[in-house]
Write a protein that binds this ligand. Structure first.
Ligand code: CA
Ligand code: CA
Length: 195
């Protein structure tokens, strides 16, 4: 269990959550059902929630309950050739961790789509994507040295097996051995698609 869970439990207990949440950030956007497949780009930022990291900070994009929780060796950086635009998300070493939540209540046929790039993973290096409701996230995908080709690849995760909830998380948890071991994410989008 990550420290953020305890952190938020404490914040909620103190009744401090409201002021910490970004006003108006929970708006749900109309799904245009565009940009599927390998031509996908979140630059237009449609859907339930999205972030192309072009804000250069941890509170960019639209449709989220709050900004990215981030710890360890995690950064939104222009280094390392983003898939789109000027900025992307980077995690390194065994300490990089980020998560962010959106309201998925009432959603169906939702997909999480983004581009991911693995650089210099050796045997034993891996990173996991967790998705799911607060407190019960599970591993949706793992990247290992077998994926380490320094090239961005499109990722499409069907979220229909997961319980939709008002606080639904996407998280990346790095388990690599050094700062040379890098994982990048760009153009991340959660949207509902036709069945
Ligand atoms: Ca970008
Ligand atoms: Ca390495």
């Amino acid at each position: 269990m990550k420290p953020r869970t305890l952190f938020w439990a404490a914040i909620m207990a103190l009744g401090l959550a409201g002021p910490l949440l970004r006003a108006g950030a929970a708006a749900v956007f109309t799904d245009q059902t565009q940009n599927t497949g390998n031509t996908f780009s979140a630059a237009a930022c449609f859907g339930i929630a999205c972030d192309n990291f072009e804000s250069g900070g941890w509170s960019g994009g639209q449709g989220w309950l709050w900004g990215w929780w981030h710890e360890g060796d995690s950064a939104i950086t222009s280094i390392g050739t983003p898939q789109e635009g000027t900025y992307h998300l980077r995690l390194r070493t065994g300490y990089g961790y980020v998560d962010r939540a959106t309201d998925m209540s009432g959603q169906s046929n939702a997909h999480l789509r983004f581009w991911a790039k693995v650089v210099s993973f050796e045997s034993g290096d891996f990173i996991e994507l967790f998705v799911g409701p607060s407190g019960s996230m599970t591993v949706a995908k793992t990247w290992t040295n077998a994926d380490s080709d320094s090239v961005y690849h499109f990722v499409d995760i069907d979220l229909s097996p997961y319980t939709m909830s008002s606080e639904f998380y996407v998280a990346f948890d790095a388990q690599m051995s050094g700062t040379g071991d890098q994982f990048y994410v760009d153009d991340l989008l959660i949207s509902a698609v036709p069945p």
